[in-house]
Write a protein that binds this ligand. Structure first.
Ligand SMILES: Nc1ncnc2c1ncn2[C@@H]1O[C@H](COP(=O)(O)OP(=O)(O)OP(=O)(O)O)[C@@H](O)[C@H]1O
Ligand SMILES: CCCCCCCCCCCCC/C=C/[C@@H](O)[C@H](CO)NC(=O)CCCCC
Ligand SMILES: [Ca+2]
Length: 524
C-alpha cells in the first residue's frame, strides 16, 4: 500500500535524449526532464487527470535503433493546451531497455487512471447530420471517435433522421447504462437532447412540466457538446471555443460544469426550456427570417441579421420581473464567470440545501423580493441565461452572466434610432460596454413575465389582411404599414416559440455538462 503512494522515478529515453521520469501519485502528475539538456532545463509535467491513455508501443517501428538495442517503449497521450482555450491530444513516447520496467510504468499509470472516477466509460451519441455546415457526421467520425476509442470509451451512436428524433428517443432509452449523452450539432441539437433528458427526468419523477412553479428534478447524466452548428454558443460559452477536439478531450477527462435552465410557460402550459438566449424583437425577427434560408448554413444569420437591422422594428409590451439578490453579482460587473466561479459555487450549496428542504417537505425560506414593472416600446428584449459568447460575439450578449448562479440577465433595448441600435450591436464585437447607452437597461433576475400590448389573436386575425400589403416598406410604426409586425416572436435557443406572452423562471443548476467553464489563462 505504502509503495503505491511513493513516486516511481526512472531514467527513460525520450527522442534519443536521456530523461528522468517521475510518476508521483501524491501530486498526482507525470513529469519528465532531460538529464543533459542542450539548452536550458526543460521540465514537462502532465496532471494525471489530463492523461488520455497509455499504450505499449508495439515493435511497429522497424527501425535500426529498435532492432539493435531491443528497446521497449510506451506512449502517454495527454491533453495539451494549444492556443487560447484550444486543447490538442499530444503524445510522448518513453523508451527503455528493461521490459519489466516498461511494464511497471504502464501498470502504474493505468492504476492512477482507474482512480479517475469522473470519467465516462459508455456514452450515447446523437449526431445531427444537417446542423451548421452539414459536417456533423464527418466531424464525429474523423475527429472525435478516434479519441474516444483511444480513451477506451465505448459508444452507441445514433445519426438522427428527423427533428425531435433524439428528444423522443431519450424518453424511451435505458439511460442507466450510460455515463453521459453527447450532442453532435449546434445549439438547437443541444436543446433537443436537453429537452429529452429533462423531460424524461420529470416523467420518471412524476413532476408536471406544465406547472411553472414546480421544482424540477435535476438531471444526473452529463451532456457533452461536439460543436457542429451555426452559432454553437452553448459550447463556446462553457468551454471558451467551438472546437470538436477540445470538447472531446473535456468529455474524456470527465469535466463537470453545472448549468442553469430557464423554463418558459404560456398560460400555465409548458412551452420550452432555454439555456442560452431568449430573445424577443431583434433576435426573434432574425430567427424568423433566417429559417427561410436554412440552405445558406451559418451565413443565414448574418444575412437575416442585416435585413432585420434595416427593417428596424420596435414592439410594445410589459415586462415584469423580480431582481436577484445582490450577492449574485450584477450584469455590469467587470469580472466574468470562470472555471471555479465563487458565485456559482455559493449557489451549488444553496441549491443542495433547497433540494433537501423540498425532499423533507420543509417550508421555503426564500424572500423573492418585489416585482418591478416596465411598460414600453422595445427594439429587443433579451434574456441571457449565460454570456452567449460565440464566434460572432466573443464576449457575448451579457459578458458577466453566470453559468450556474440561478440567475438570468434581462436586457431591455428601448426604441431608438437606427444609428443608436447599430452602436449597441457593434459593441457586441468590441471591448466597449453594450449596456452603457441611455436606451439600454439590464437587470439580473430569477423570473420574469412578458405581455405584448397587442393580443396574440389580433396578430393572427390581421395576418391575411397584411399579407396583401407586403410590398410596402415598414418605417417601424406598424399602425400604418402592411407588415405583420405588431408582435415579434421569441427566439428560444434558436427555436421559435408559439406565443409572445410568456412566464420565464430560472432553475438553478438543473443540468450538468462535460465542460469546466472558461479558464482564466489557458495559454501554454
Ligand atoms: N435529421 C434531422 N433532420 C432535420 N432536422 C434535424 C435532424 N436532426 C436534428 N434536427 C433539428 O435541426 C435543428 C438545428 O440543428 P442544429 O442546432 O444542430 O444546427 P444549427 O441550427 O445550424 O446551429 P445553431 O443552433 O448552433 O445555430 C435542431 O432544432 C434539431 O431539432
Ligand atoms: C456591425 C454589426 C454587428 C452585429 C453584431 C451581432 C451580434 C451578435 C450577437 C450574437 C448573439 C448570439 C446569441 C445566441 C443565440 C443562440 O441561442 C441562437 C441559436 O444558436 N442563435 C441565434 O439566434 C443567431 C443570432 C445571430 C444574430 C446575428
Ligand atoms: Ca445563468
Amino acid at each position: 500500500m505504502e509503495s503505491a503512494r511513493r513516486p516511481l522515478v526512472s531514467q527513460l529515453w525520450v527522442k534519443n535524449r536521456r530523461n528522468e521520469a517521475v510518476l508521483d501519485p501524491e501530486r498526482p502528475a507525470l513529469s519528465w526532464k532531460e538529464l543533459q539538456p542542450k539548452s536550458g532545463r526543460v521540465c514537462h509535467s502532465v496532471p494525471i487527470s489530463e492523461i488520455i491513455a497509455v499504450e505499449t508501443e508495439q515493435k511497429r517501428y522497424n527501425s535500426d535503433t529498435w532492432q539493435k538495442f531491443n528497446h521497449h517503449a510506451f506512449t502517454v497521450h495527454y491533453a495539451q493546451r494549444a492556443q487560447k482555450h484550444c486543447w490538442r491530444c499530444s503524445a510522448v513516447t518513453f523508451w527503455c531497455k528493461d521490459e519489466e520496467l516498461c511494464h511497471q510504468w504502464i501498470q502504474a499509470i493505468k492504476k492512477l487512471l482507474e482512480l479517475q472516477t469522473s470519467r465516462p466509460k459508455h456514452l450515447l451519441v446523437y449526431i445531427n447530420p444537417y446542423g451548421g455546415k452539414q459536417q456533423g457526421k464527418q466531424i464525429y467520425e474523423q475527429k472525435v471517435a478516434p479519441l474516444f476509442s483511444l480513451a477506451s470509451i465505448t459508444t452507441d451512436v445514433i445519426v438522427t433522421e428527423r427533428a425531435n428524433h433524439a428528444k423522443d428517443d431519450l424518453f424511451e432509452v435505458n439511460l442507466e447504462k450510460y455515463d453521459g449523452v453527447i450532442s453532435v450539432g449546434g445549439d438547437g441539437m443541444f436543446s433537443e437532447v436537453m429537452h429529452g433528458l429533462i423531460g424524461r427526468m420529470q416523467k420518471d419523477s412524476s413532476i408536471d412540466q406544465n406547472n411553472p412553479s414546480a421544482p424540477l428534478a435535476p438531471c444526473n447524466l452529463r451532456i457533452g457538446i461536439i460543436p457542429a452548428g451555426s452559432t454553437d454558443c452553448i459550447c463556446y460559452a462553457t468551454v471558451g471555443i467551438n472546437d470538436p477536439v477540445t470538447s472531446a478531450l473535456h468529455i474524456i477527462i470527465g469535466d463537470l460544469q453545472h448549468m442553469d435552465v430557464c423554463s418558459v410557460h404560456h398560460n400555465n402550459t409548458f412551452l420550452k426550456y432555454s439555456v442560452s438566449l431568449l430573445g424577443y424583437g431583434f433576435y426573434g425577427d432574425v430567427l424568423k427570417d433566417s429559417e427561410k434560408n436554412r440552405w445558406m448554413g451559418p451565413t443565414r444569420y448574418d444575412f437575416s441579421g442585416f435585413k432585420t437591422f434595416l427593417s428596424h422594428h420596435y414592439y410594445e409590451g410589459t415586462v415584469s420581473f423580480q431582481q436577484a439578490n445582490q450577492t449574485l453579482g450584477s450584469p455590469r460587473d467587470k469580472s466574468t464567470c470562470q472555471s471555479g466561479c465563487y458565485i456559482c459555487k455559493q449557489s451549488t450549496q444553496e441549491v443542495e440545501e433547497k433540494r433537501k428542504r423540498h425532499h423533507y417537505n420543509l417550508e421555503e425560506t426564500e424572500d423573492d423580493g418585489d416585482w418591478k414593472v416596465i411598460r414600453g416600446k422595445f427594439m429587443a428584449i433579451n434574456a441571457a441565461n449565460m454570456s452567449c459568447a460565440c464566434p460572432r460575439s466573443p464576449k457575448g450578449l451579457s459578458p458577466a452572466a453566470h453559468l450556474a448562479a440561478g440567475t438570468i440577465d434581462l436586457i431591455l433595448v428601448r426604441r431608438c434610432s437606427r444609428l443608436n441600435f447599430l452602436r449597441h450591436l457593434v459593441r457586441h464585437k468590441n471591448q466597449d460596454d453594450q449596456f452603457d447607452l441611455a436606451f439600454v437597461e439590464v437587470y439580473r433576475v430569477k423570473t420574469f413575465l412578458f405581455t405584448p400590448k397587442h393580443s396574440e389573436n389580433e396578430d393572427t386575425d390581421n395576418k391575411d389582411v397584411r399579407k396583401k400589403h407586403f410590398n410596402q416598406i415598414c418605417n417601424g410604426n406598424h399602425s400604418s404599414c402592411g407588415c405583420n409586425h405588431v408582435n415579434s416572436i421569441w427566439n428560444c435557443d434558436g427555436e421559435a416559440l408559439d406565443h409572445a406572452a410568456v412566464e420565464v423562471r430560472v432553475h438553478c443548476q438543473l443540468i450538468k455538462l462535460f465542460a469546466r467553464g472558461i479558464e482564466e489563462d489557458s495559454k501554454p
